[in-house]
Design a protein around this ligand. Structure first.
Ligand code: GLU
Length: 287
């Protein structure tokens, strides 16, 4: 079976233990399927980039001895590609400019399509994609069937912000397609984004992907490990121990403490997703 997978961190903070779990799972799953594993830095949201975190991501990939099967790509170098896709959607009348500010929308989380027929110019406005009133479902390899009716749950959503920043949903879908991705392995915090990405892929005529959303590592306050919750940066001097803990967190058979490359090879040989908890959160707490 053809398999191309990826690890796609955003440099909004240093990598933490939760990121390591995603990296290990995507790497082992790709290699257990004789597939390719690519790395993509998702740095379109420039105001949220945390200084030094891009460098920390690259140093982690080295220290943990993950080997990418192609050159690492950076989304900030690819803005023209995303704009070209917006143009394509525009030609097909699938996107429109929106002048609603966050203040105008207030606490209403479902966008009512206010600007759909106003024909506003694209410059200096946000760009939204039209969604339709039908259920989109997918079968996640761990989480089972997941569905959303985007019109009822969300409304037309933003692909490009008024300040020109390309939204994550668009960049991820375009790059997964252009890089030939077949499988997405990532944290369960992104489960609810998937129907938006499936919708975009379908109106662009891209092939469908397989999804696996991993249970999240939580801290002792019951919050997911994240940059916002001050999760500890991965310590590059402790790569073997941290790798062993990440493999344990995924409920895989034990691997011996060794060089990271050797440990990863052992984890790939023993990889079985049936052992991973089919839940949204891991039990226990992590730092
Ligand atoms: N860049 C996203 C993040 O760091 C992950 C995107 C994805 O895997 O689809 O949370």
């Amino acid at each position: 079976m053809a398999y191309v997978g990826r690890f796609a961190p955003s440099p909004t903070g240093p990598l933490h233990f939760g990121s390591l779990i995603t990296a290990v799972a995507s790497y082992c799953d790709a290699h257990a399927h004789q597939g390719k594993w690519l790395v993509r830095i998702e740095d379109t949201d420039i105001p949220r980039i945390y200084p030094g975190s891009e460098d920390h991501i690259l140093r982690c990939i080295d220290a943990f001895q993950f080997e990418a099967d192609d050159a690492i790509i950076f989304q900030k170098d690819r803005l023209d590609l995303y704009d070209a896709v917006i143009d394509q959607l525009h030609k097909n009348h699938l996107v429109y400019a929106c002048q609603c500010t966050r203040k105008m929308l207030g606490s209403n989380h479902i966008y009512a399509g206010t600007c759909r027929d106003l024909n506003l110019p694209f410059e200096h406005h946000a760009i939204r994609v039209k969604v339709s009133d039908r259920e989109i479902c997918f079968n996640d390899r761990l989480q089972g069937t997941h569905c959303s009716n985007l019109q009822q749950d969300l409304g037309d959503f933003v692909l490009k912000r008024r300040d020109g920043i390309i939204n994550y949903q668009l960049a991820v879908v375009v790059d997964d397609y252009l890089q030939g991705m077949t499988h997405v392995v990532r944290g369960a915090d992104l489960l609810d984004n998937t129907e938006r990405q499936i919708w975009l892929g379908s109106i662009l005529g891209y092939p469908k992907l397989e999804y696996m959303h991993l249970p999240l590592a939580m801290n002792d306050q019951g919050q997911k490990l994240s940059k916002q919750n001050m999760a500890q940066a991965l310590d590059l001097n402790r790569a073997p121990e941290l790798l062993q803990q990440a493999i344990r967190a995924l409920h895989q058979p034990e691997v011996d403490l060794d060089t990271p490359a050797h440990m990863l090879r052992q984890a790939i040989a023993q990889w079985d997703i049936q052992h991973i908890p089919h839940t949204k959160e891991l039990e226990g707490s992590y730092l």
